[in-house]
Design a protein. Structure first.
Length: 300
């Protein structure tokens, strides 16, 4: 079978049978097949990068590998766990099977943080940024990559994710400006000189209630760690800690910026407003008008 025929053959099968979840909006039939095609050749790239690469001619062994990869994807294995790559903010991150896969929606958090640094701290020679629930270093490393005057620190309770974060720091040549810790939220930073010396605290924490975690799509439930989603009975447990403890670390005029789930924004804005250490609370909406990021300045 010629290469074009082979591509069209598998495209038709994927188009008919593949299930792409709403939170993987960057994936489609074409770039999924292209990413798997590259992987069959030994090239690990995200579908976004695969779109830009030419397809090489597969030998008979590589065709068998491609077929196996396609069957794995159709069985529900996430594409990012097959390629071990996920695109975020223009960067291809490395992640292993079983790890949480960064979502495109979290780019709104990273962009807000980067814009805040550019607007408020561009003249500072070096600023400190904490990324809580950092996962594979997603937001922290995006900030470090686009803001050269940042020193980023990340924490996460899931040890394999921290291992991946350190690998990504080396992958992007940012290991000198990043430190990652296997620990809960602020715990690893208590012994560092960061209290009242932190300019930005960012977080994309778990925000799904325990009962809804049990109801997630099988592609997520069977392949990504529950710790990345479960935020307690009401989906708010980590938000409360972020809001209450962040002022201990932020300098005056520093910012707490975090991602929240659909329908949680108004409640959390009211929650922050009750803490007099914060001012200038700003909701950041997605393209559909939903509050997905909240930004609050420490004013005293």
């Amino acid at each position: 079978m010629e290469q074009n025929q082979l591509f069209n053959h598998w495209f038709e099968i994927l188009e008919k049978d593949i299930i792409i979840l709403p939170d993987k909006s960057e994936e489609n039939t074409d770039n999924t097949l292209r990413a798997l095609w590259q992987l069959a050749c030994g090239i690990q790239v995200s579908p976004i990068v695969a779109e830009k690469l030419d397809l090489t001619i597969l030998n008979s062994t590589q065709i068998v590998v491609l077929e196996e990869l396609i069957q794995s994807r159709l069985s529900g294995v996430p594409l990012a766990h097959l390629t071990e790559r996920q695109h975020f903010m223009g960067l291809d991150y490395i992640l292993n099977k079983g790890l949480y896969i960064p979502r495109k929606e979290t780019e709104l958090l990273a962009k807000t943080a980067i814009e805040t640094i550019s607007a408020d701290f561009a003249s500072e020679p070096m600023i400190n940024v904490l990324d809580l629930c950092t996962g594979i270093g997603t937001v922290a490393l995006a900030i470090a990559n686009y803001c050269s005057n940042t020193q980023v620190y990340g924490s996460d309770i899931y040890e394999p994710a921290i291992g991946a974060a350190k690998i990504n720091a080396q992958h992007f040549h940012l290991e000198d400006r990043s430190s990652f810790f296997h620990a809960d939220l602020f715990e690893p930073f208590e012994t560092l000189d960061l209290k009242e010396h932190t300019h930005l605290i960012v977080s994309a924490p778990p925000y799904i209630s325990t009962i809804k975690v049990k109801q997630m799509a099988t592609e997520i439930a069977n392949h990504e760690p529950e710790e990345a989603f479960d935020a307690g009975p009401f989906g708010l447990s980590i938000f409360n800690q972020l809001i209450s403890v962040a002022p201990e670390y932020l300098q005056v005029n520093g910012y707490l910026i975090f991602e929240c789930g659909l329908g949680q924004g108004e409640f959390l804005i009211n929650r922050i407003a009750k803490n007099k250490q914060y001012g200038d609370v700003t909701p950041i909406c997605d393209e559909n008008g939903n509050i997905r990021v909240i930004k609050a300045k420490k004013v005293c």
